[in-house]
Design a protein around this ligand. Structure first.
Ligand SMILES: CC(=O)SCCNC(=O)CCNC(=O)[C@H](O)C(C)(C)COP(=O)(O)OP(=O)(O)OC[C@H]1O[C@@H](n2cnc3c(N)ncnc32)[C@H](O)[C@@H]1OP(=O)(O)O
Ligand SMILES: CC(C)C(=O)C(=O)O
Length: 759
């Protein structure tokens, strides 16, 4: 590592809360020496952190080592020499006595040099001695060496004065219980145990470094030396992150802050230039990920159960314990998200897939729909022999159920109105209604009036039923020969109730063919989903989503009648309304549809012929002076302005001309623009104008959007010439400004009435 890398690493360890950090082998290289000096001179070392430096038992190297830490507040001098038979015989070619002498002599040197350093620079020292290759050393000899070192040091005391005996499994050559036995033996036999910190230094050659550290601690060890993510010679030193998080999962605070684990991983891997394997404990890329169906199912159920359990615990003021199958730790505690928890391949089941849909689309599919969609995903994953990403799954869902923008099916809902038919006696439930769980328990009859787009052509459709969904199904049956029945229905809110206005409803519908149900035992079904802030609309969308799935076979749907006539029995009010919405974009309110249909019929009778689509459109324009720029003969308006008074009151002032007279400025106040307009008109017109029905909607999208307004205006006047006259007329207008479109619609209606001016 460069000095920069070492400094970055050091800062990360400090940030995580490590209090004793072996920073270097300063006598090994100028880089190591300079790095230690840099830490001290640049005041990088917090007051509560002890730096530690490693040295062999060689005077020249010890001197350099102590020089490196001079001036730091605290330092641990760590000296080692190997004590095992092989090292005595092969590496050092030393007897036991010579090995003892080496340790004693250099301990005394360290004592002398550290005392001089303390005197000169005020540095406080702890002495750490390692009988290297401890686990391969005769246990009694290891103790003998440590006793001799303690004596040579001569000042082991209590607390901060304790000497550290670091007992390494330099090479892990035995099971972890052996290491624990050796530690226990050492702790039991060493004298003045209270003046000693017994330090463990496991390696991982057998893959049991963690177990050695944990058993060694239980056997009496006070301290553990290791590395973050287990770097070190061969298989590395024991990993401190795993050890810490193992404690954490047992409810024991490890006193290390690993709450931003990914950052720690990034720093360590960048400095070491060594990757962390994908299945590495706690830190590996895949350790919070389940691929297999049964794991995913258990995790999903675990989260659902935990949410309820936590709610109860919160209410009782009890701690919120983490208890999720297959997940020993909450990834959020380590700053990880739940995003990677579930990944889908051909081994995955419905549980995992629906978990992902819930996380990403907030949809909690009913069980049977989970099964249905699972088959869709399974088929793709099997066929393509690859993992299905979250994007793959959500796109497949949107595609399958024609859900969301860009995934329109053949049918889509443009607008609708649900009204109740209170006056009609509720029908007893039919047999076919009985197994419907459509959430439509209310036995009030409902009427669906709506406009749906069918293969790009708008169709005005109308139907009745026990609820909005069966009314829509009735409309689809009547107008489009789509005969389906609901087998299952469910719904849920998407956001928590306390998110209030943003809450949305998700509805799920399973449809079966109504005709097949009567004739066969076929159980083929189609699922659909709808989401909307309005619960009724979300249910209607779900029905259309299921129908879109059912008609994916490309079946032909009955066309809109291209001609309408008095004698043409099959053409009706809805067909005429469909023509208007397709030709002019106007979605006439139901009563307006009825009024215009009468006009069409009268006209057809007079013409004794069928009327073409263009004929119907022209008739509408002529009848309601729609898109007609010729000046009005009765009331015309040059301009108007609307002022907001206190509260909800409005005042409209405008320049109007009556029956071709000079224009005059009139004004009126009311609760809104239209009542203000009527008040203004009442200054000139005798009798009373009142609005019986008003409806508006937008036409077009984006910058092209306009407002369409419809007004059913009633006029009552009493007078000598008029006797008692009551009449009404529909007015329609569009404008980029919604107030202007309403005002124009009223004036169009006024012009169709026989209004009388005041004297
Ligand atoms: C178990 C561990 O991981 S301990 C830490 C190991 N880390 C390191 O070794 C990194 C730093 N080491 C180095 O930079 C060098 O080895 C140095 C500077 C310490 C010594 O370098 P050199 O003098 O060139 O010796 P070299 O590395 O070739 O051989 C090591 C010598 O030290 C001896 N030696 C090994 N360990 C120790 C020790 N703890 N105390 C005293 N002498 C030792 C060896 O017996 C050998 O002696 P020899 O030359 O008489 O045969
Ligand atoms: C210096 C000693 C403690 C060492 O690193 C080892 O034995 O593994």
């Amino acid at each position: 590592m460069t000095i920069e890398q070492k400094t970055t690493f050091f800062r990360e360890l400090v940030k995580c809360g490590v209090k004793q950090i072996e920073v270097a082998y300063p006598s090994a290289s100028d880089t190591d020496f300079a790095f230690v000096r840099g830490l001290i001179e640049k005041h990088e070392i917090p007051d509560d952190v002890w730096i530690q430096v490693l040295t062999p038992a060689r005077e020249d190297l010890i001197r350099r080592t102590i020089d490196s830490v001079a001036g730091s507040k605290h330092a641990i001098i760590h000296m080692y020499n190997a004590t095992s038979p092989t090292f005595r015989n092969v590496v050092f070619r030393n007897s036991k006595e010579q090995t003892l002498d080496l340790a004693i002599k250099h301990t005394k040197i360290i004592r002398q040099l550290t005392e001089e350093c303390t005197q000169k620079y005020g540095t406080k020292f702890i002495y750490e001695y390692s009988p290297e290759t401890f686990t391969q050393t005769e246990p009694d000899f290891a103790i003998e060496v440590c006793e001799a070192v303690k004596k040579a040091w001569g000042k082991a005391g209590l607390g901060d004065e304790r000497i550290i005996f670091n007992l390494p499994s330099t090479v892990e050559i035995a099971p972890p219980n052996h290491y624990a036995d050796q530690i226990e033996n050492f702790c039991n036999k060493i004298s003045e145990r209270e003046k000693i910190i017994v330090s463990l230094h496991p390696h991982n050659d057998r893959g049991t470094g963690i177990a050695s550290a944990e058993l060694g601690t239980l056997a009496g060890g006070d301290r553990i030396e290791g590395c973050f993510f287990g770097n070190g010679e061969r298989t590395g030193n024991v990993d401190l992150v795993t050890l810490a998080l193992n404690l954490y999962t047992q409810g024991i605070p490890p006193m290390l802050d690993l709450s931003d684990l990914q950052n720690t991983i990034d720093v360590v891997t960048a400095c070491n230039d060594l990757p962390i394997p994908a299945r590495y404990p706690y830190a590996g890329e895949l350790v919070y990920t389940a691929f297999s169906g049964s794991h995913q199912d258990a995790i999903k159920k675990g989260f659902e159960a935990q949410r309820l359990r936590h709610e109860e615990c919160k209410a009782k003021g009890e701690p919120l314990l983490w208890d999720i199958p297959y997940l020993p730790i909450d990834p959020a505690d380590l700053g990880q998200t739940y995003e990677a928890l579930i990944r889908v391949n051909s081994q995955s089941g419905k549980g995992g897939i629906s978990y992902l849909l819930k996380q990403n689309l907030h949809l909690d599919l009913p069980r049977k729909m989970q099964v249905a969609f699972y088959q869709v995903v399974q088929e793709v994953s099997d066929r393509e022999a690859r993992e299905m990403t979250v994007d793959d799954i959500t796109s497949a869902f949107k595609r399958t159920y024609h859900f969301g923008t860009g995934h329109k099916g053949r049918l889509s809902l443009r607008s609708f109105k649900i009204s109740s038919l209170d006056s009609e006696k509720p029908k007893p439930k039919t047999e076919s209604d009985q197994d419907q769980e459509s959430g439509e328990e209310d036995d009030t009859q409902r009427r669906f009036d709506g406009t749906v787009s069918v293969d790009g052509v708008y169709r005005v459709i109308r139907g009745k039923g026990n609820g909005p969904l069966s009314a829509l199904l009735d409309a689809l049956r009547t107008h489009l020969s789509l005969d389906f029945a609901i087998r299952e229905y469910s719904e849920h809110t998407i956001n928590d109730a306390d998110e209030g206005e943003n809450a949305q409803a998700a509805s799920y519908v399973e449809l079966i063919s109504a005709t097949e149900r009567k004739t066969t035992s076929t159980r083929q079904s189609w699922w659909g989903v709808g989401v909307d802030a309005d619960i009724a609309r979300s249910g209607l969308r779900a029905v259309l989503s299921a129908i879109n799935c059912a008609i994916i076979d490309g079946r032909e749907l009955p066309n809109l009648k291209l001609s309408v006539g008095f004698h043409s029995k099959s053409s009706g009010q809805e067909d005429v309304a469909s023509v208007i919405v397709n030709q002019l974009g106007l979605e006439l309110p139901r009563r307006f549809q009825a009024a215009f249909f009468e006009v069409v019929q009268r006209n057809a009778l007079e013409e004794a012929d069928e009327i073409s689509i263009d004929g119907v459109t022209q008739l509408f324009k002529d009848t309601y002076k729609y898109q007609n720029d010729s000046p009005s003969t009765k009331v015309s308006m040059e301009s108007f302005k609307l002022d907001h008074l206190d509260g909800s009151r409005r005042s409209l002032t405008g320049s109007f001309s009556f029956f071709g007279g000079a224009s005059r400025t009139i004004s009126g106040t009311g609760n809104g623009p239209l009542s203000s307009l009527l008040a203004a008109l009442h200054t000139q017109i005798a009798g009373t104008l009142s609005i019986r029905d008003y409806w508006e909607h937008s036409i077009g999208e984006g910058s092209e959007v306009r407002a369409a307004s419809y007004v059913d205006l009633v006029y009552e006047v009493t007078g000598e010439s008029t006797k008692n006259l009551k009449s009404s007329a529909w007015g329609v207008a569009t404008d980029t400004d919604i107030t202007a479109s309403g005002v124009k619609a009223v004036l169009n209606a006024v012009n169709d009435l026989n209004v009388v001016l005041k004297n």
